[in-house]
Design a protein around this ligand. Structure first.
Ligand SMILES: C[S@@+](CC[C@H](N)C(=O)[O-])C[C@H]1O[C@@H](n2cnc3c(N)ncnc32)[C@H](O)[C@@H]1O
Length: 237
């Protein structure tokens, strides 16, 4: 792993440890306050299922997967959750217990790159602000292909990925290196997604411009990003 990736991983680790240690899931003003809207809107699509297999890559403390488990704990619902941070998985388990879904959640401490996705197994794969943290673009494309192959017929993939990220020092206004391992131009990212999931039915494809302050080693950065949301269903045409 090169020095750039090491430095990004260290700083990511620090900011997530701080967040996960200080903010409680669903009881905070931060991004941990609720699951993302796209996932909430997707969930009725699984109403007729008697069994649901879900994979949450870069799950954090369970913001999205715990709400899925709560909705579907009356059926055979199993959610595989993967995060690089041991603290995230520890908190994931305590949150799953608190919300009564411990039996539906299985956590793995692993990088997304190293986690092998079972072939043709999942009804839903989600990765929210996570895939851009694999080490390199080749890992990113390889993982997208693995996600595609890991989904059953009629299964859904829901991805939220930052692209075209820029960071500026809040104090000086000077550009800084964006702390994202994979930072693709938006159109390139959209091209990769369309090619990997060619032939799938597109349920949602959007780009939202976002700007927010983020704490970094040497002070606050002003961050701009184009957030790509891409939801596709594997369907016979
Ligand atoms: C912005 S958070 C999003 C968490 C969760 N998806 C959510 O929406 O609440 C990104 C998460 O990805 C994890 N992460 C970062 N790089 C990773 C990697 N290479 N492999 C696995 N997890 C990673 C971080 O530890 C963090 O919990």
């Amino acid at each position: 792993m090169n020095e750039r990736i090491k430095a990004i991983r260290e700083s990511e680790k620090r900011s997530h440890i701080e967040m996960y240690s200080n903010e409680e899931l669903y009881k905070t003003d931060s991004w941990l306050r609720k699951p993302i809207k796209t996932i909430i809107e997707l969930m009725p699509r699984f109403e007729a299922y008697k069994q649901l297999k879900v994979l949450d890559l870069g799950c954090g403390v369970g913001r999205n997967c715990i709400s899925i488990a709560k909705l579907y704990d009356h059926i055979d619902c199993m959610i595989e959750c993967v995060d690089i941070l041991p603290l995230a998985i520890e908190k994931l388990y305590s949150n799953a217990k608190e919300y009564g879904v411990a039996g539906n959640i299985h956590g793995a401490v692993s990088t997304i790159e190293d986690y092998t996705i079972k072939d043709g197994y999942f009804d839903l794969v989600i990765a929210v602000s996570a895939l851009e943290h694999v080490a390199e673009e080749r890992n990113f494309v390889a993982k997208l292909n693995e996600i595609r192959d890991g989904v059953r017929e009629n299964g859904i993939v829901c991805l939220v990925i930052n692209s075209d990220v820029h960071e500026y020092s809040k104090a000086t206004g000077k550009p800084q290196a964006a702390q994202f391992e994979v930072n693709l131009p938006t159109t390139e990212l959209q091209g990769i997604l369309s090619s990997v999931f060619a032939g799938w039915s597109i349920l949602k494809s959007s780009v939202r411009e976002q700007r927010y302050d983020i704490p970094r080693e040497n002070g606050i950065s002003d961050l701009t990003t184009s957030v790509v949301t891409y939801v596709v269903r594997k369907m016979k045409v």
